[in-house]
Design a protein around this ligand. Structure first.
Ligand code: GLN
Length: 472
């Protein structure tokens, strides 16, 4: 079986009779087995996926025009996305044994176009983390070097695509969790505008930040997947009713654009020298191609991380209050009374990192500290939004590295949460503002992949994807 990097080539080979959906799923299942030491899948839906593949092959044989647009697309799901009748645990013990009662709207729309879900993959617990080490199921390893983290929180989503166990993966991005692991694994990672894709069926972390995103090898696959998932959903009041463009048909690009980069980002103390150099080389290349690329002053970069971690932990402390040992999943067998049912279930069911964030979020929302932290962070968010919007009055895109450096060793920052938080310095802006962003493979540093990130104004996905395609 050749290594497929886009749905179009899979569909061509099916049409030419070279492969079937069943062959493809069989192949991916053997890849899942032979890469099991990387700890990517929490569960594969092997038999069921094969059965669905056979049914789709049958449908195609009867009438090739009857199959959906995602016929031949095999997808892994981050373990925070609901798929009816299947387990979903957010990588946490507290949801052990829980099965989804419905499918996430995004997932449902892909299924309706004949996509095949091959399994659910590991992630940082409740999508909190940047390394995929913070999971009840143990760390996922980077397929290029198993001593390195794959990034997070959608780390296993990235590896599942990187080592060819599926064509694309759905992840979620609250502060970079699709883009940063994509960069660490040498693939593409895309996060849409806030509200572009319904959050219904996404286990919430920070509701005003969360979006479903796509990890893939081609812009074409991202465009088509987005086109199908996006659009108004009555189950998510924050989903936008703006018309969904045919992104996949608008990927030609011949305009000259204006791109801004932040001087403060390219001079950031955390930025590795060779990441900086390769970002500058790309900027040079873009200029030679006739684009305008200019450094602008943006003095709020160092406020991103503190504000992000105040606001997301506040939202998380509220969102995660529902996991109480009574309604979902795990209940402590050690509880001797009513109160202990809550305290022990939560104490035993959440990881240290999740508990740290619940406590931090509860603290910043508490009456004595609300104004000092939560309100203050909201004001910072507003400033960041206004300043970013002002840049988009003059520029089409903002460019910066996806992450300050390449993947680090497993265990390197595990005991130092702040060091881990700081590595998100370039990715949280897109979520603070709610704008779309993509990470594109740029080159390597220390033999490991790095990415460059492009952000666009709200609902400018078509432009962003078309422009990005030229650099893949
Ligand atoms: N690393 C960030 C965090 O830990 C981003 C997580 C995410 O986007 N889900 O919060």
């Amino acid at each position: 079986m050749p290594r497929y990097k886009s749905l179009a080539t899979i569909q061509e080979d099916i049409a030419d009779g070279l492969i079937t959906c069943e062959h493809l799923v069989e192949y991916y299942l053997t890849r899942i087995q032979s890469t099991s030491d990387l700890n990517i899948y929490i569960e594969d839906f092997g038999e069921e996926a094969l059965q669905r593949a056979r049914e789709l092959d049958e449908k195609y044989k009867e009438n090739p025009a009857s199959v959906g647009r995602l016929f031949g697309m095999v997808i892994s799901l981050k373990d925070v996305l609901c798929y009816e009748g299947h387990g979903v645990t957010a990588g946490a013990k507290i949801l052990e044994g829980f099965k989804s009662l419905f499918s996430a709207t995004g997932v449902q729309r892909l299924l309706e176009e004949d996509a095949i879900i091959i399994g659910r993959v590991n992630c940082d617990q409740f999508a909190m983390g940047s390394t995929n080490e913070n999971s009840h199921y143990g760390p996922t390893k980077n397929g290029l070097n198993p001593d390195k983290v794959p990034g997070g929180s959608s780390g296993a989503s990235a590896v599942s695509v990187q080592v060819d166990t599926c064509l694309i993966s759905l992840g979620t991005d609250t502060g970079g969790s699709v883009r940063q692991p994509a960069a660490f694994c040498g693939i593409l990672g895309f996060k849409p505008t806030y509200g572009r894709v319904s959050r219904y069926g996404l286990l919430a972390y920070g509701s005003s930040f969360d979006q479903i995103g796509v990890l893939a090898n081609s812009v074409e696959d991202i465009a088509l997947t987005l086109e199908i998932m996006a659009g108004r959903d009555e189950f998510d009041s924050t989903s936008s009713s703006q018309a969904v463009p045919a992104y996949s048909e608008q990927l030609q690009f011949d305009k000259k654009v204006k791109i801004a980069y932040f001087n403060s980002a390219l001079h950031h103390e955390s930025l590795a020298a060779d990441v900086k150099q390769q970002t500058l080389d790309l900027i040079e290349k873009m200029k030679i191609e006739g684009h305008t690329v200019e450094g602008v002053d943006f003095d709020l970069l160092d406020y991103m991380i503190p504000a992000y971690y105040v606001l997301t932990t506040a939202e998380a402390s509220s969102n995660l209050s529902r996991y109480d040992g009574v309604r979902f999943g795990y209940r402590s067998p050690n509880a001797k009374n009513f109160e202990e049912t809550y305290t022990l279930s939560r104490t035993e069911g959440f990881s240290t990192e999740v508990k740290r964030r619940i406590m931090l979020g509860t603290f910043v929302l508490s009456s004595g500290y609300y104004d000092a932290y939560y309100s203050q962070a909201q004001k910072v968010r507003r400033l960041i939004q206004e300043k970013t919007q002002a840049i988009f009055k003059d520029y089409d895109f903002i460019l910066m590295p996806t992450s300050p450096g390449p993947a680090w060793d497993i265990g390197a920052v595990n005991d130092d949460p702040v060091a881990m938080y700081l590595a998100d310095v370039f990715t949280v802006q897109a979520n603070m503002v709610g704008i779309p962003a993509i990470s594109i493979p740029l080159g390597t540093s220390d033999g490991l992949p790095i990415g460059v990130q492009l952000m666009a104004d709200k609902f400018k996905e078509a432009n962003l994807l078309a422009f990005s395609k030229q650099y893949v």
